[in-house]
Design a protein around this ligand. Sequence first.
Ligand code: F6R
Length: 619
Amino acid sequence: MCGIVGYIGARAATPIVLHGLKQLEYRGYDSAGMAILDTDGNLQIRREEGKLANLERLVDAEPVNGSVAIGHTRWATHGPPSQRNAHPHRSPDGNIVVVQNGIVENFLELRNRLQGQGYEFASDTDTEVIVHLIHQHYHNGSNADLTLAVRRAVGELQGPSAIVVFDKAHPDRLIAARLGNAGGVVVGYGDDEMYIASDIPAILQHTRRVAFMENRQMAVITQQGAQFMDIEGQPLTLKEMEIDWDAESAEKGDFEHYMQKEIYEQGRSLTDTLRGRLNFAQNRIELDTLNLKPDVAQALEKVTIVACGTSYFAGLVGKFFIEQLARVSVEVDYASEYRYRQPLVSARQMVVAITQSGETVDTLAALEEARNGGAFTAAIVNAIGSQAARVCDGHIYMHAGPEIGVASTKAFTASLVDLLLLAIYLGQERGTLPAAEAAHLLHELSRLPGLAGELLEDARSGHLYQQLAERFHIYHNFLYLGRGINYPIALEGALKLKEISYIHAEGYPAGEMKHGPIALIDEEMPTVVVALKDRVYDKMISQVEQVKARKGLVLAVANADDQYIQSKADFIMPVPAVHEMISPILAVMPLQILAYEMACRRGEDVDQPRNLAKSVTVE
Ligand code: F6R
C-alpha cells in the first residue's frame, strides 16, 4: 500500500512525478504529496489530504519547477488521513525528506527515544521517525555521508519498509532502500535520467528498462544510473530487465474508469495469457517458467492454493480444475489463515500462490511457510518481476497487463486460465488426462478470447446492464448463488458488488440455501444466480423456483440459447455455451459488468473504492 515515485534527470520533474502517482493511486488515496528541488536550490513541499486531484490543484495554484523530485500517495496506517500526515516528511532542519511504503513496527520505541533526544514530531506517522533517524545519523558519526546515514537508520527499523530519501545537500542523488515485503521497488533506466517507483505503471511512459530491488537492498540513484548495495554496504549488481508492456496498457484511453477498460479488454488480455502456451502440434501445454520436473509432478500427493480476496476465489475454481484433470487432492486456503495455522507441509506437496500484485503480504508469508516446510512453490502472478515471482521455485505469469482499477477483473480471468493450463499440464504429466480430452480442452481454450470478445462487445453496445443497474441500484442486499465449478463465481460476483457499490451481497453455494440463507429471501432481496447448462443445471433451476416461490427477484447468468430459464428468471445476463471448464471464465464477466454499472449508477468512485488499496502490503 502507498505508492512512491522519484525522478532525477534534466526534464521537469513535477509532471513526471504527478503522472506516476496517478498510475499508483490504486495503492492508496488518503493523501498525496511531493518534494521538489526548485531551480533556485530550495526544497519545496506540496502535500494535500485526499486524492491526487487535490495535490494537482495545489500544484496548479502553487507551481514549482525542478528536475529532481519524490512523490507519494498514501494509504493511512499510522495517523489519520490529513495534510500533516501526508508524505514527504522532513527532518527538523528541513533538508532531508522521506517517502515510505510500509510500517515501522518499532515506531513507538523509536519515537519515544527521538523525542527524549529533542526531536519534535510534526505528524502522527511512523515515517517521520525514519527521517529523524537519518538526520540523527547524518550529524552523528556518519561524517555527513548520506548513504551511511540511511543505512544506519534503516538498520534500526523493524517491519517492512520501502523508502526514498532526498537531501538538499546531495542534490545529485536519490537514495532508496527496501526492507522486507514492503511492496515493489522498481528502478527505471532512462536516457540520462532515472526513475524509482513502487510499480511499473508509474514509469512505463518513460522507460521499460528496469531493475527490481529485493529485501535488504539499497540504491543510490543519480542521473546517470544506479549503484546498488545491501544494507550492510556490500556492492551488488542487479539484473536489468526489459518489460514488454506497452505504455498505453497503463492508460485509461477512451474509457471512463480503469475498471471499465479492464473488463472490456478481457478478450485481448486472455489472448495474451494464452499466447505461446497452447502447443497444438503435440497437444500439450507450455509452461517453461513453472520449473516443475515430471517426477515431482508425478509424485505430488497434495496441492495447496493460497491467496486472498478475488485471487482466493480463483483458487476455488482451480481446485475443480486440478482435482478433475490431475486427480490430486487440492486444498484452498486464505493466505492470511494458512500462515498462522502451522500448516502440514511436505516435500510431495505443491503450494501455489495466486496474486495479481505479487506483493500481498499474507500471500508472501504463506509461501514462506510452504518453502520452509519443503514444498514445491509456484506463483500465478501478474506483476512482472514482483516478489512472488522471484521467491518461488516456479511461476506462471498471468500476462493480463497492468491492472489499475482497485477491483480485480482481468487478473481474475487470467488466473483462471493459468489454473486451467496448470491443471491440464499436471494431468498430462501424471497421466490422468486422456489425450483426446486434452486436445479438446486446448481447442476450447483457443476459442475463449474470441467468445469473451463477443460477449463483452454485445454487453457494451447494448443497454442491458445499465437497465439492470437502473432497476436494482436501490436495493440494499443481494444474494449470489452458484454451484459446482461456478459456485466461486457467485462469491466473486458478490465481492465485486460490495466492494465498489457498497451494497451488501453474500455469495453462497446454491445447495446450502435451504440450510439458512433462504430465510432472507423476500421481495427486498434480489438473487443473482449462475445457472448454466452444466451438470448442476436442474438443481440451479430448482433454486430459482424456490426464490420465486418466496417472491424474490432473480437475475440469472444463463446460456444465451437457454429458452427454459427465460420463463423462470426475471432477468437474463447471457453467456455463450462452452465446455464446463471454460464456463467460469465467461460467467464472471456479466457479474463484473453488473457490479460496475451498479456502482456507476450509485455515483460511487469505481476505481478507488473507499478504504481499499490494491496492493495489500501490510497486515
Ligand atoms: C478484489 C481484489 C482483492 C485482491 C486481493 C489479493 O477485487 O482485488 O480482493 O484480489 O487483495 O490481491 P493480489 O491478487 O494482488 O494478491
